[in-house]
Design a binder for this molecule. Structure first.
Ligand code: MSP
Length: 512
């Protein structure tokens, strides 16, 4: 079976990780876990982008060698992955030999075949963005937008990669593969960009200006442009794997790096290198705060590690996936986080778990009974589950995780409503045999429906769901699809008396 190959962008190591980085890893991890549960053999890659001017400058500012600097920050990114329960199979650093070797061999091959040539470059360069700018990037008053930082004019001999020669092919390709970029409207944006003629891409930087990069194999006086270097990571990480893992099924990236790097440079690099194209590019939006993109440099970055430490990785993952409609932007506020934490997690799910454990302990001697009756309350809940489960998988397949979770939590709420309706605490007081049967049924029904909701939640909350399964005495067997079917697999299970999953609900008002 060909691996289902998923990648995230590789993060710049010039600053510490922030919420944007955390979100992208979590989104990709949810997809990876979902696909594994669906039976795919997943290969999930993430990593760090370590060359270029910004890293060189940040290292200098701290008075350390770029490699040492990159080692430190890359380790921070790795530690974050662990903390967020990310199930990546590989972590690539662009300073690794396995990567540099592949970049050099692709460059040499393109040079030998005339796809790269020596020319003269004159242009405006933004250090902050690591890119040459065009006249159209200027503001109406002739100045450069703030996001580019310091802009300097440069004239120098440089190597160029023939982008323009592949423009017509790329337009054709995108027109014929209209689902290449998700969401679809982003694909239109790329085609719009391609209405203007492309310039060839300057892929070299003279070493006197930039030391910190991969030397061009055919001219050691230059290092490789950082985007050419970085994009190749997706291939270099798996280049020598057999059976072949390349091409990627999805590259998961943020909207700021779609055009031109991922939607223009990367397909053309692959085509020139005679390598197959990825299945698609999944483009997520930005986490914003007070109308601005959250980032390290804008100084508004929330340290994701703080929230994870405070509330746990599962709650953090749930919030990000529940809140963000993949592709669009979303505002991050602590208040909104607390609304979800207190409501969906502590009240709805956390309470359900505790009621189930508590009532099974009190009325069933800690063992899940077999259901005996199927009256309207049971049938209603089962019907809602059938509908929820039928929608859940297609929604996840279409990256509509926020809606999938919304529906799932409607089901969770309905389990709580079912418990209210059946009121086991009342049935427990009755001496009627029919009530005893209803009580056993209620205990069985709440345990089974909790088990089902937990199974569906696995990709999003891997830690919490494992704990819930543990206290339910549920040994997971069978495929995920089988586990999502209403049954009686918990009958006879011994449950634990209690589990505090989402402790200390917080006041909704801002702290401080
Ligand atoms: N190094 C390049 C990517 C090279 S991929 C071959 C880069 N790095 S980055 O550290 O700036 O960004 C990494 C990813 O985080 C990008 O996909 C970017 O869109 C994402 N995010 C950074 N800030 C973000 C938000 N505020 N919100 C959501 N994601 C954003 O670009």
């Amino acid at each position: 079976m060909k691996s289902f190959y998923l990648t995230t962008a590789i993060d710049y190591v010039n600053g510490s990780p922030h919420l944007g980085h955390a979100y992208e890893k979590i989104l990709t991890d949810v997809i990876a876990r979902f696909r594994r549960l669906r039976g795919d053999k997943v290969y999930f890659l993430t990593g760090t982008d370590e060359h270029g001017q910004k890293v060189q400058m940040s290292a200098r500012q701290q008075g350390v060698e770029p490699q040492l600097f990159a080692d430190r920050v890359s380790a921070e990114f790795r530690a974050l992955l662990e903390k967020l329960l990310i199930s990546n199979d590989d972590f690539i650093r662009t300073t690794e030999e396995r990567h540099k070797k592949v970049v050099r061999s692709i460059l040499q091959d393109l040079f030998d075949r005339g796809e790269i040539y020596l020319g003269q470059y004159r242009g405006w360069y933004s250090t902050r963005q690591e890119q040459f700018l065009q006249e159209k990037d200027r503001l109406p008053d002739g100045s450069w937008p703030e996001i580019f930082g310091e802009v300097t004019e440069i004239v120098e001999p440089n190597y160029f990669f023939k982008l323009a020669a592949h423009q017509a092919w790329l337009v054709d390709f995108l027109t014929q593969n209209e689902n290449f970029i998700f969401p679809k409207y982003r694909q239109k944006q790329v085609l719009e960009f391609l209405k203007e003629p492309l310039n060839d891409l300057c892929i070299s930087r003279p070493r006197e200006r930039l030391e910190w990069g991969i030397p061009l194999p055919f001219d050691e006086r230059y290092v490789t442009y950082v985007w050419f270097d970085a994009l190749v990571n997706y291939y270099s990480a798996v280049a020598d794997k057999t059976p072949s893992i390349w091409p990627a099924n999805w590259h998961v990236i943020g909207k700021d790096i779609l055009v031109p790097p991922h939607a223009v440079y990367w397909p053309i690099i692959l085509r020139s290198a005679k390598l197959p194209l990825p299945g698609g590019i999944l483009v997520h939006g930005w986490w914003m705060t007070a109308g601005a993109k959250m980032s390290k440099s804008t100084g508004n970055a929330l340290n994701p590690l703080d929230l994870v430490t405070e509330f746990g990785a599962d709650a953090f993952r749930y919030f990000l996936i529940r809140e963000m409609n993949v592709g669009q932007d979303s505002d991050f506020t602590r208040e909104q986080f607390l609304v979800r934490y207190n409501g969906d997690l502590a009240n709805d799910l956390g309470n359900l778990v505790n009621r189930t454990l508590n009532m099974t302990t009190r009325f069933g001697a800690g063992v899940v009974p077999a259901p005996e009756v199927a009256d309207e309350p049971e049938l209603e809940l089962q019907a809602l589950w059938a509908k929820t489960a039928a929608e859940f998988i297609p929604l996840c397949e279409g990256f509509q995780f926020h809606t999938a979770l919304e529906r799932l939590f409607t089901f969770v709420k309905s389990i709580n409503a079912y418990i209210e309706k059946r009121a086991p605490w009342k049935l427990g007081k009755s001496a009627e045999p029919a009530d005893a049967a209803r009580l056993r049924t209620a205990l069985a029904t709440m345990a089974e429906s909790l088990r089902l909701a937990t199974a569906a939640l696995e990709p999003v909350m891997p830690g919490a769901t494992e704990k819930i399964n543990g206290v339910l005495g549920h040994a997971r067997t069978g495929t995920w699809a089988e586990r999502l079917v209403w049954g009686q697999s918990l009958t006879g299970s011994r449950v634990s008396p209690a589990l505090v999953l989402f402790p200390r609900p917080q006041p909704a008002a801002p702290q401080g």
